[in-house]
Design a protein. Structure first.
Length: 403
């Protein structure tokens, strides 16, 4: 396709592959600094905004949405959570983020972050093209990379840019542009998955509940006053179709049952899905004139609520770096991107792995393994140092911390 005739040629400083939150936030930040971008995505806008994803934002990420002029809707429709509950041994233990580290998180679904960003790009006249196909990224090791794509109407286009950003998600095409002998991929497949549901019911708890039990893990989350999001540990090969509502609720209730009589408020199940667990990091995150951001470079298990926050942190750093690279510093400025981004990435990988191993029942695990988990959970909730560690990691590390 590289030699095919194109209908139009456009020139911009930065071309962005991927119109999820990472790609759109990067384009928004660059646009505020006077740098034009063109953003492409193979998915339609409708497909992206109806795919349910993570729902927890660090306070810094929430503040950025407001202060950079994306939207203040998170303040009106989101929910600030000043802690979470760890539930084990039939009892709940609250981790008070505000008391421990003076921070909080916001419950605000990723789909709403996307809607806010897509609306902001449209409002500001940003070029975003959904539903494209046959995308090619060419000449990334030169000073004049190109992107070619077929638009939804069948016309063929070329973008000439100084830099290209691959923000095209966990099935990234861009990361494959780094030659196999020049890249390292780190990864771990976990032996369990999450069975996720959306249910029409009032909230069962005011904040997230992470539940450990001999039956396996469960997470009780919220979405709105009438729709809730819940998960329970299952086999990676599980079929969502094999689970009628009664079986789902029986499983969830068993995971949270305890001496305090806590029960979930049940309702019709609106959506069912099985979410596999995987940790992944590709290095380098920069190759020639191309940089990778978000899930294109790394993914984490959802246990620690790090994925979306990591992506937004990537583009915050990348914006600063690209602005320098487009100025007198030139391409050498890109060398500063990976060290700053990766420090936070590996911190998040460590925390997400720790939370996952702490709360899930490993297939074939022994009674000894179960008691070890309970002992560690007791160490976490029973000491201020343990509670502070969880609070610090979950809320995104203190303001001003390195990385």
């Amino acid at each position: 396709m590289a030699d095919a005739v194109v209908d139009t040629v456009a020139s911009v400083p930065v071309a962005v592959i991927g119109a999820g939150p990472a790609g759109l936030m990067l384009a928004h930040r660059l646009g505020r600094a006077g740098v034009d971008t063109i953003v492409l995505d193979t998915r339609t806008r409708r497909e992206i905004e109806t795919t349910q994803r993570a729902g927890i934002l660090e306070a810094d990420a929430a503040r950025d949405l407001v202060e950079t002029g994306v939207s203040d809707r998170i303040l009106r429709e989101g929910h600030e959570h000043e802690g979470v509950e760890l539930r084990f041994g039939g009892r709940s233990h609250r981790i008070d983020f505000e008391d421990l580290v003076g921070a909080s998180v916001w419950l605000y679904p990723q789909t709403e972050v996307f809607v806010d960003l897509a609306d902001a790009r449209e409002r500001d006249g940003g070029a975003v093209h959904f539903g494209v196909r046959d995308t090619e990224v060419l000449d990334v090791t030169t000073t004049a990379p190109r992107v070619r794509y077929t638009a939804a109407d069948g016309s063929r286009h070329e973008i000439r840019a100084r830099y290209v950003v691959g923000a095209d998600g966990s099935r990234s095409m861009c990361r494959d542009l780094v030659p196999e002998d020049r890249r390292t991929r780190y990864g771990k497949e976990y032996p369990f998955a999450w069975f996720g549901i959306m249910t029409e019911a009032p909230a069962s708890a005011p904040e997230l509940v992470y539940a450990h039990s001999a039956h396996g893990f469960a997470l009780i989350s919220q979405r709105t006053e009438t729709v809730q999001r819940m998960y329970f540990q299952c086999s990676p090969g599980e079929s969502a179709d094999a689970w009628p509502d009664d079986r789902i609720w029986e499983t969830l209730q068993a995971r949270v049952a305890g001496e305090d009589g806590f029960r979930l408020t049940e309702g019709p199940v609106l959506e069912k899905t099985v979410l596999r667990f995987r940790s992944f990091v590709q290095e380098p995150m920069r190759w020639g004139a191309m940089a990778l951001a978000g899930d294109a470079a790394h993914t984490v298990p959802p246990t620690g609520a790090r994925g979306l926050n990591l992506a937004l942190h990537d583009v915050k750093v990348l914006t600063e770096v690209l602005l320098r690279a487009l100025g007198p510093a030139g391409a050498a400025a890109l060398d500063h991107y990976q060290p700053r981004a990766l420090q936070r990435v590996w911190r998040a990988q460590s925390f997400s792995h720790w939370m996952t191993q702490l709360l899930h029942t490993a297939p074939g695990g022994s009674a000894f393994d179960l008691r070890l988990q309970l002992g560690e959970l007791d160490n976490v909730v029973g000491t201020r140092a343990g509670r502070t560690y969880l609070a610090e990691q979950y809320t995104g590390w203190p303001v001003g911390s390195q990385g």
